[in-house]
Design a protein around this ligand. Sequence first.
Ligand code: MG
Length: 354
Amino acid sequence: MTKELPSLEGPVCALPKSHKDRIVIGHGSGGKMTADLIRDIFYPPLSNPALLAGNDAGVVQLADGSMLAISTDAHVVSPLFFPGGDIGKLAICGTVNDVAMVGAKPLYLTASFILEEGLELSILESVVQSMKSSAEEAGVEIISGDTKVVAHGEADGLYISTTGVGELNPGLKIGGAEAKPGDLVIISGTIGEHGIAVLEARGELGFESNLESDTAPLNHLVAAMLTASKNIHVLRDPTRGGVATALNEISRQSGVGIILEEDSLPILPAVAAACEMLGFDPLYIANEGKLLAIVSQEDVENVLAVMRKTRYGENAAVIGVVEGSPQGRVLLKTVLGSTRIVDVLAGEMLPRIC
Ligand code: MG
């Protein structure tokens, strides 16, 4: 007996359906495919000025003139525990940092948990303890939450979504569209540790790097920076898609060119070695405790001095300059003297990194 085949319109192709029809892993990269998804699926029906600003947190003004920054993040990292952190620390720091990246002071968080049937309670307890420590360090409180349980096999242990709210000084205007020609680009420290540390925890590195994830709350660093300058134009945490993707977003939002100096990029030797072996570019590796700041040239020394006195900014460095052109492009001046385009991440390099 022959099985009846479903009717197919048009030519039959052995290749999987394209990413235009279904979600593929690359839609979670934080790079070009994520941006396309947001532009095509989310922006048209949900459009409003705060959303369309395209920053790490949405900013709104209340009737009394006060300003709020609100951000939300889902965390699906695998494995749940990795050197330097775990999903709980990541869930607090990721949201605290996104609220801080518009210059706001994060105050309160909410957390929702998707738990897989069979998850050991001791694992959940450790994750929640870790959330407590990170929230204390950041000076925020988790004031509401939710738990849902799905059947065994319908999730991978534990996913956490966090939402954060912070208050914003109405005089501040920090966002991806504020970079100006002549500004300098600062990175708060060495890049690429988080992505490589998670890869190693998955047993996919092939050697021991002894690297730890940089996961950290950056709100106190941001607060210190804001005391040093009124001319901080952009703040962004280069998480998924790394420094390359974050700077490409900014170059497009601001309509400027960003020129990076390869020999200024702070990269630990172990990250450089891992990238070399795996064929990765550290500019695309996720960070969870670093920020990029685009600052007026005249204030850069003041900002750097303040950053270097803080725990998470001691290796802060200038890595590039903002220019009028090429608009929407990031270029890298290499140590060999050539210049190359640094594009956004096209697909997915390291899924479930955060
Ligand atoms: Mg962010």
